[in-house]
Design a protein around this ligand. Structure first.
Ligand SMILES: [Zn+2]
Ligand SMILES: [Zn+2]
Length: 280
């Protein structure tokens, strides 16, 4: 049994040629699930060798631009390439976002249908909006739970679990992360917001005000590591990085708190979900 996560976008809303905004592809055995869909996610899938039309499930942690701006392209390109079914999951507002995109793309969809493409995969997209944290009811061969995070719009972390192997995505969150600690308890892999890395020479004139606000919406590497330690996870992956972040410093900051394996990925890195063999 093999599970992996392709880090399609490890960046933030800040423009960065090295790191695109948030998107990850979870592959639980042969089931690909896109978690967030920042700008460029579809082309990152292609670069990673995953045909976008094979992805039939998208989970949005929340609807900030850096987590959904790539969805319009995914929606159309995947269908044009042959996707014939799609389910999307996200907080309340996901249906409105999807419907607005469909409306915006109406002429394009009509034109492509006039060339013979079917309605399936574009007009019959199933949208599941989460109203309460807990079990997420989606037709997939795994258990999925979510928990509410601390951010400035409704945001959910997701736990995907199959035959005792579990992967958790935090989405964006500020501490305290008690709900995330519960959700991620004993997980094999925790992918955690770590936007608040130290950055040098930031040129933004209002950087200090933005930075002050960010403290209420995101975590530092040490705070992410604290969640990983309290949740007793095997591996911690830090992500959602600002430009000019220092990966070495982020690693030092996290490793002071968490003894398990810590990964600071680049875009398109593939992380294997390590499964501990049972201790007899
Ligand atoms: Zn956000
Ligand atoms: Zn974000």
């Amino acid at each position: 049994m093999s599970h992996s996560v392709i880090m399609l976008g490890t960046g933030s809303p800040r423009l960065n040629t090295e790191r695109l905004s948030s998107a990850s592809l979870l592959q639980m055995e042969d089931v690909p699930i896109l978690v967030d869909c920042g700008e460029g996610a579809t082309m990152q899938l292609v670069k990673a060798g995953v045909p976008p039309q094979k992805v039939k499930h998208v989970f949005f942690t929340h609807l900030h631009a850096d987590h959904m701006l790539g969805y319009a392209n995914f929606l159309i390109s995947g269908w044009v390439e042959g996707r014939r079914e799609l389910t999307i999951v996200g907080p309340v507002g996901t249906k409105k976002m999807h419907d607005l995109l469909i409306e915006m793309l109406e002429d394009d969809i009509e034109y492509r249908m006039s060339l013979g493409r079917p309605e399936a995969g574009i007009r019959d997209v199933k949208v599941i909006e989460i109203e309460e944290p807990g079990h997420v009811d989606v037709e997939l061969p795994m258990e999925i739970h979510c928990a509410r995070m601390i951010h400035n719009v409704p945001t959910y972390a997701y736990r995907f679990e199959k035959e005792g192997v579990s992967v958790v995505f935090s989405g964006d969150t500020a501490p305290p992360t008690d709900e995330l600690v519960k959700l991620a308890q004993g997980a094999n892999l925790l992918i955690h917001d770590s936007a608040l890395t130290r950055i040098e020479g930031d040129q933004m004139t209002n950087a200090s005000k933005i930075w002050e606000n960010l403290q209420k919406e995101h975590c530092t590497p040490a705070q992410a590591a604290e969640t990983a330690r309290r949740a007793n996870v095997d591996q911690l992956v830090l992500t959602h990085f600002l430009p000019k972040m220092d990966p070495k410093q982020a690693m030092v900051d996290a490793a002071e708190v968490f003894n398990g394996k810590i990964i600071i990925p680049k875009d398109l890195d593939i992380i294997q979900v390590a499964v501990k063999s049972p201790v007899n």
